[in-house]
Design a protein around this ligand. Structure first.
Ligand SMILES: CC(=O)N[C@H]1[C@@H](OP(=O)(O)OP(=O)(O)OC[C@H]2O[C@@H](n3ccc(=O)[nH]c3=O)[C@H](O)[C@@H]2O)O[C@H](CO)[C@H](O)[C@@H]1O
Ligand SMILES: [Mn+2]
Length: 317
């Protein structure tokens, strides 16, 4: 072909413009390297809902291309923080949690795990891949498990404000009494991310274990509610999660001053928050299953699951 000098200048300008646009650059370079199934707007999973009424994706196996997503976010060099609390006897769950995270959680990404524990001497030794690290934050022991679970919000808020901002892109806050069994990667990233609780994803909203006393700041009136989200896994970008943690913590403390503790502590406050501030991405119960529950038809992959435990033996009260 014979371009005139004017034409070739235009072609060059278009090229420069494309490559100066980082997102476009990402997609162009991915297109050259990646082979994946052609997306379709008329076929896909039909056994589950893949979008909420406020147009947030609901993430299920079969709704995303793992390689494509990893490629998009790896080029952005994103960093991910994880908080996990292992207070009292719950330190026993940490080894499996960390080992399985190495196998399945954001493999190949920059991951920094923050462990909050009163037993730093009992920290398990787990080898971590390059780009992954762990920091221990000592916390006091507690007399009541409700206190531990509720105090998490305060510590997450402080960690974000004092250590993570600015510099870290995303954070996930996870229960320790759980293991990873399958991929948990870039498909989970979003500004405010909630996980649908595995125990209530087919329940009518009237049956959700929300806080039902109007005196509590976690109150949910009958007839309201989207999904029942779990307290054992949530996340998002640092600003959104800071606001969530701060709000839940303030509401929890204001309730406590009036002698009221929500039915499921911070989980109740989180549910109230997510009702008022809709999550930008909803993760299906694949992202927090429970080992004691038989696998259901629509669960094609269990990514993360709570282990069976003897509450009376491991909790302080
Ligand atoms: C699947 C799920 O969503 N689980 C939620 C549910 O819990 P679970 O029954 O799974 O609660 P849990 O006993 O796992 O406690 C929540 C978390 O608090 C920490 N911990 C608790 C007790 C203790 O002695 N030491 C300690 O470190 C630990 O990280 C644990 O994973 O209800 C709790 C009530 O508030 C929380 O909302 C949990 O997130
Ligand atoms: Mn748990």
């Amino acid at each position: 072909m014979n371009y005139s000098s004017k034409e070739s200048l235009q072609v060059k300008h278009v090229g420069v413009w494309l490559y100066s646009n980082s997102l476009m650059g990402t997609f162009l370079s991915l297109c050259f390297r990646l082979q994946y199934k052609q997306p379709s707007v008329v076929s896909g999973r039909t056994d589950v809902a893949t979008v909420t009424p406020w147009l947030a994706p609901v993430v299920w196996e079969g709704t995303f291309e793992p390689e494509l997503l990893d490629g998009v976010y790896r080029q952005k060099n994103v960093s991910i923080a994880v908080t996990v609390f292992a207070v009292g006897k719950y330190i026993r769950f940490l080894k499996d949690f960390l080992e399985t995270a190495e196998q399945h959680f954001f493999v190949g990404f920059k991951v920094h795990v923050y462990v909050f524990t009163d037993r730093p001497a009992e920290l398990p030794k787990v080898e971590m891949a390059a780009g992954r690290q762990l920091t221990v934050h000592p916390v006091p022991a507690a007399k009541r498990w409700q206190e531990i679970s509720a105090r998490r919000m305060e510590m997450i808020q402080r960690l974000i404000e004092e250590t993570l901002l600015p510099g870290t892109d995303f954070i996930f806050c996870l229960d320790v009494d759980s293991k990873f069994h399958g991929r948990w990667g870039a498909e989970s990233l979003g500004s405010l991310v909630a996980v649908v609780h595995p125990g209530y994803y087919k329940t009518e909203r009237g049956g959700f274990p929300y806080e039902r006393r109007p005196a509590s700041r976690a109150y949910m009136a009958p007839g309201l509610g989207d999904f029942y989200y779990c307290g054992g896994a949530f996340g998002g970008d640092l600003h959104e999660v800071r606001l969530l943690a701060k709000t839940c913590r303030e509401n929890f403390e204001a309730d406590a001053k009036e002698g009221i503790e929500a039915a499921w502590q911070e989980e109740s406050h989180l549910n109230r928050y997510m009702w008022l501030n809709k999550p930008s991405k909803v993760l299906s119960p694949e992202f927090l299953w429970q080992d004691f529950k038989p696998r259901e038809r629509e669960i094609h992959v269990v990514r993360f699951s709570g282990v069976v435990k003897n509450y009376a033996e491991i909790r302080p009260n």
